[in-house]
Design a protein around this ligand. Structure first.
Ligand SMILES: C[S@@+](CC[C@H](N)C(=O)[O-])C[C@H]1O[C@@H](n2cnc3c(N)ncnc32)[C@H](O)[C@@H]1O
Length: 238
């Protein structure tokens, strides 16, 4: 496996001494990721900026030491970049498709990332497992469906972080009632990483209430934004 990619300066800033591991992950995406059909060949020249770095910056919204469930992980996005830049996190990559789950298992084993687990499952099948403070998702489903799948997995004060595109505002407005019904008590649209990336990553953060008791009955500490780079709030609470 060899596919040379120009490593952007910013990657060193985000991944620190794990930069070689991040570069190896990008190499997997550019080679076996394309061969196995997880990444389109046209994405190869922009793997760092469009996929890996813009997922890694979401780390600023994840509290230290959190357990995170990444639903519909596909080629490990955003879960693997998050794990690479945040060794303090425990991340479960959830992916229902056999081939994708197998690819993820191989990559995680190759990178020797003990903090990452892969589960071949649909998000709905995880209900009843110990609650987590953070659930992530990118390009998996519309917000109302994501809320139905992701919010039941959260402990009190937990947050679903959905990476969305330019239509986030419209999607939030159109799905507000369903998201509330699914247990969302507040929804924010946040722009993260704008100071380091050319274009900020848009994250829709849906929180559940502080007094919600997760399926396991256990109460993880409430999610709070990291102090490194406070995100810009672009929409008001519901
Ligand atoms: C378009 S891909 C996005 C993959 C990755 N998150 C990314 O940003 O590149 C959507 C993924 O969601 C997965 N998926 C679909 N329904 C799901 C469900 N109910 N639970 C978990 N994952 C699901 C699909 O198998 C697929 O890998």
């Amino acid at each position: 496996m060899k596919h040379d990619q120009v490593v952007p300066d910013l990657a060193g800033q985000l991944f620190g001494d794990r930069l070689p591991l991040a570069a190896r992950y990008v190499e997997h995406l550019a080679t076996t990721g394309v061969d196995w059909g997880l990444i389109g060949p046209r994405e190869v020249p922009r793997l760092w900026e469009r996929h890996v770095l813009n997922c890694a910056v979401v780390g600023e919204l994840v509290p230290p030491g959190s357990r995170v469930i990444d639903i519909g992980s596909g080629a490990g996005l955003p879960g693997l970049p998050l794990a690479l830049c945040r060794p303090d996190l425990q991340i479960l990559l959830v992916e229902p498709l056999l081939r994708r789950a197998q690819w993820l298992e191989q990559v995680v084993a190759d990178l020797r990332m003990g903090q990452v687990e892969v589960r071949r499952a649909r998000a709905e099948q995880l209900v009843g497992e110990p609650a987590v403070p953070v659930v992530t998702a990118r390009a998996v489903a519309p917000l109302d469906r994501l809320a139905r799948w992701g919010l039941p997995l959260l402990g009190p004060g937990g947050a679903l972080l959905a990476i969305k595109g330019r239509t986030a505002q419209q999607e939030v407005a159109e799905t507000a009632a369903q998201v509330r019904r699914a247990g969302g008590v507040s929804t924010d649209i946040l722009a993260v990483g704008g100071d380091v990336l050319g274009e900020a990553t848009t994250v829709v953060r849906v929180r559940v209430g502080d007094i919600t008791v997760g399926a396991s009955g256990h109460r993880p500490s409430p999610a709070r934004p990291g102090s490194r780079n406070r995100p810009r709030r672009t929409s008001s609470e519901q």
